[in-house]
Design a protein around this ligand. Structure first.
Ligand code: TRP
Length: 449
């Protein structure tokens, strides 16, 4: 299997690809608004703790299994142990992970398409193409379908080119661009009236919220979604890592980049919301909570950009280009899950594997767009609230119980020969065996009540 398998050519290539997967709509949109509605820095604090204490060990489980098996999620999980029953279980969990990846991508590319539409509409305005802008601005099956198609095609094209020329090359181009746009926008928004109030809402902790159980639940869900866990996306990226790379350090860097990006995005979104308020735009709903979710992105921010004249068109373009890029680098990691299965299990070529899986997922997206009210939120809940945490538990159990301890150690020694003396090795194996699965399950059961 090793022959002809792709590999990341450098540490930074892997880091930007994995961070590209992790940093997405979840960071720029999900995290800041959750923080705003859950006690500002209190949420940030809980999020940081959970990201490192719960999500990082689970991320390490995926990266280690991936690099050990050097295979896609289904093959990897069904080869961790000689016992046939465990192989069968691995196979089934692999199928489940693949299915969840497929359905997450099917709704994610719809949302990515909306972002693209919002980026194209100010571009059309700036080019004086007002009727085009009008069509892009109006929700319709054809508009949503077309935008989703464009995002899907971009995703397929990158995955078709392979690990080094596709995933790595494009992540290395897009991630720095993403960061620069983000910094530029923060610089601009912070000069506007109302911005300091937003910073205060974000950074001054309301510690009374720490006792709120829903805060921990939201923070865990957010951390799992944000680190792209549970579906084998990080597993397959881990499988393309070189043997000379230090896994615990790579995982920690990805976690830091992801949380760092989420934190930085908060420095844009929260001030922007309060700048909008200073301009007379409604930003709080009837219950006094900040408007979050789609309304924030598609009403509050566009209303703000509208009032800023031509500068606003450029800002809207920059912001939604930012969102589209973030969505694209995340989408490629999701498409790599089925594409790698098709390449490695069916022996078909990468371009065909990428087109077949991407095309199939686009067909699912179209059905969701067509029956949006019936399907969309159900698919989101099923995959992110149920699928991801349960699969996260399963992957921890596979790393902790199924993969033999000496094989785990052998794998981690690659790239980190003294691992046995490290703090990581002293706590992590115990952690993925007992603590992580218990904590995730506990939080999950709480969330069902
Ligand atoms: N982490 C990305 C975000 O924050 C989304 C994402 C990419 C994802 N790959 C994933 C979520 C795999 C769950 C599983 O937007």
């Amino acid at each position: 299997m090793a022959t002809g398998r792709g590999q990341f050519s450098s540490k930074i290539g892997f880091l930007l690809a994995a961070a590209g997967s992790a940093v997405g709509l979840g960071n720029i949109w999900g995290f800041p608004t959750q923080a705003a509605n859950n006690g500002g820095a209190a949420f940030l604090l809980v999020y940081l703790v959970l990201a490192f204490v719960l999500a990082y060990p689970a991320l390490m489980a995926e990266l280690t299994i991936g690099r050990y098996a050097r295979a896609n999620v289904i093959t990897a999980l069904s080869q961790l142990h000689p016992l046939p029953s465990l192989q069968k279980t691995g196979f089934i969990v692999g199928i489940a992970a693949l299915s969840v990846a497929v359905f997450i991508l099917s709704f994610y590319s719809i949302v990515a398409g909306w972002m693209l539409a919002e980026a194209l509409s100010p571009s059309a305005q700036l080019l004086q193409l007002h009727s085009v802008a009008g069509w892009i601005d109006t929700q319709s099956f054809s508009r949503n379908g077309l935008m989703c198609l464009v995002m899907s095609l971009l995703t397929i094209m990158i995955i078709a080119r392979g690990v080094e020329k596709g995933i790595e090359a494009w992540s290395t181009r897009l991630m720095p661009a993403l960061f620069l746009i983000l910094l530029g926008m923060i610089g601009y928004v912070l000069t506007q009236t109302g911005a300091t109030e937003g910073l205060r809402a974000y950074l001054v902790p309301d510690l009374s919220r720490l006792s709120d159980p829903t805060l921990i639940l939201s923070a865990m869900g957010q951390a799992f979604f944000s680190l792209s866990l549970g579906v084998g996306a990080m597993l397959i990226y881990g499988s393309y890592l070189r043997d000379t790379d230090n896994l615990p350090r790579m995982g920690a860097a990805v976690t830091l980049l992801d949380t760092g990006f989420a934190f930085t995005a908060g420095l844009l979104i929260l001030p922007a919301i309060y700048v909008a308020q200073a301009q007379g735009i409604t930003v709080f709903n009837n219950e006094g909570a900040l408007i979050a979710g789609p309304d924030l992105i598609f009403q509050v921010l566009p209303a703000l950009f509208d009032r800023m004249g031509v500068a606003g068109s450029w800002l809207a373009l920059a912001f939604f280009a930012l969102m589209s890029i973030a969505a694209l680098t995340s989408a490629i990691s999701l498409l790599e899950v089925p594409a790698s299965v098709a390449v490695e299990r069916w022996g078909i070529s990468r371009p065909i594997a990428a087109s077949l899986s991407g095309g199939g997922i686009f067909a699912i997206s179209l059905i969701i767009i067509w029956q949006f009210d019936k399907l969309f939120s159900g698919v989101v809940t099923l995959t992110t609230v149920y699928g991801q945490p349960l699969l996260g538990v399963a992957l921890c159990l596979f790393a902790g119980w199924v993969l033999h301890r000496h094989l785990l150690l052998k794998e981690l020694r690659n790239g980190h020969p003294e691992i046995e003396q490290s703090f990581f090795w002293k706590v992590w194996p115990f952690y993925v065996k007992f603590i992580c699965p218990t904590l995730i399950l506990f939080t999950f059961v709480q969330s069902l009540r």
